[in-house]
Design a protein around this ligand. Structure first.
Ligand code: F6P
Length: 356
């Protein structure tokens, strides 16, 4: 029987989403001869009963498929949490679209909402993990993380030269919400001297001690501090606010750290703050993100062929596996283990990552 598959992207965008959409369309069309329909703007599109036919080579330019390499998502996305207020209408609209299954590409927040809708509406749901925060449980990688790590690393490389030229302390605030994966990976790759993440408490005195030691012992007159947006103040307070729609947004920790440094370094050091913001979600997907996007897209279609629903495709030990979605959501967001090998690696490189 020819199936009609829906696909949507939900939550914050990231590079690699289009590569996953392309893989889903290719495998569904070439292997199973199924139809794939894109739902624009996730649950918003469902609510409005909108679906766009996605065809193999539909966006080709003389045979060049741009989907593999362009960032963002051609389907559009929304990043808000009030969707369940409209669950009845969304479920009625889903039925009207007459889909056999739905592939949802999202992070843990979006997947929690979509799974609830799928449960209420009895949908055949398969999830693909994406998020630059890399905090979806049971998958070593989510689409978008690798590209974001490279983007932050590139920014740190650039900031190193200007920091060194002016003997300054550069504080760089990076995304990640409550998880420190992005800060930790990019901080190590980008040569940070200090990495502050939500999972590990730190002391301002030790940060200043590290900066002084770099200067006095090693002759390094600048310092690079990477701070995750979800890192807490020394007293354990989260820096966030509610936007006009009531959504929690992270803001302020970079400013807080920047303001602490002068006092404990006898005002001898100039400190500057860079908030990388949505630059981290932009750009072309890395080779790794394109590769896992392709593997996830294929696996999601195979999961539908096997009628394995309420599951998420996941990257574990070099291959794609299928994990029950409720299990994934019960363990997400997946945070950095303060005793993991990367924390130990950072410490062995002389990077201050808090505590101790
Ligand atoms: O979850 C991805 C993410 O980029 C977080 O790292 C960040 O806190 C948030 O989304 C920003 O959301 P928005 O794009 O809605 O401002």
């Amino acid at each position: 029987m020819k199936k009609k598959i829906g696909i949507l992207t939900s939550g914050g965008d990231c590079p690699g989403l289009n590569a996953a959409i392309a893989a889903v369309v290719s495998h569904a069309t070439l292997t199973y001869n199924w139809e794939v329909w894109g739902i624009p703007y996730a649950t918003q599109g469902l609510l409005e009963r909108k679906a766009i036919a996605l065809n193999l080579h539909g966006l080709d330019l003389h045979g060049i498929d741009p989907l593999l390499s362009i960032g963002g998502t051609i389907l559009g996305s929304i990043n808000k949490g009030d969707t369940l207020a409209h669950s009845k209408e969304i479920i009625a609209s889903y039925e009207a679209l007459d889909l056999d299954a739905l592939i949802a590409i999202g992070g843990d927040g979006s997947l929690t909402i979509l799974r609830e809708l799928a449960k209420q509406g009895d949908w055949n749901l398969v999830a693909i993990p994406k998020t630059i925060d890399n905090d979806v449980a049971f998958t070593e990688r989510a689409i978008g993380f690798d590209t974001a790590v490279n983007t932050v690393m590139d920014a740190l490389n650039r900031l190193t030269y200007t920091a060194a030229s002016h003997d300054r302390v550069m504080v760089v605030e990076v995304m990640g919400r409550t998880a420190g994966h992005l800060a930790l990976h990019s901080g190590i790759a980008g040569g940070a001297d200090i990495i502050l993440i939500p999972e590990i408490p730190y002391s301002i005195a030790k940060i200043c001690q590290k900066i002084t030691e770099l200067r006095d012992k090693w002759g390094q007159k600048f310092a690079l501090i990477v701070v995750a947006e979800g890192a807490k103040t020394e007293e354990g307070k989260i820096s966030c606010y509610r936007d006009s729609r009531g959504e929690v947004r992270m803001r302020g920790i970079g400013q807080y750290i920047t303001e602490q440094i002068p006092a404990c370094t006898n005002n001898q050091l100039e400190t500057r703050l860079t908030i990388l913001g949505h630059v981290q979600r932009g750009g072309l997907p890395s080779a790794w993100d394109r590769t896992i996007a392709a593997a996830f897209g294929k696996a999601a279609i195979d999961s539908i062929a096997l009628e394995q629903y309420d599951r998420m495709v996941a990257w574990q030990n070099g291959e794609v596996v299928s994990v029950p979605l409720p299990l994934v959501l019960s363990q997400s967001p997946f945070l950095v283990n303060p005793n993991n090998f990367l924390i130990k690696t950072a410490r062995s490189l002389g990077i201050y990552v808090g505590e101790e």
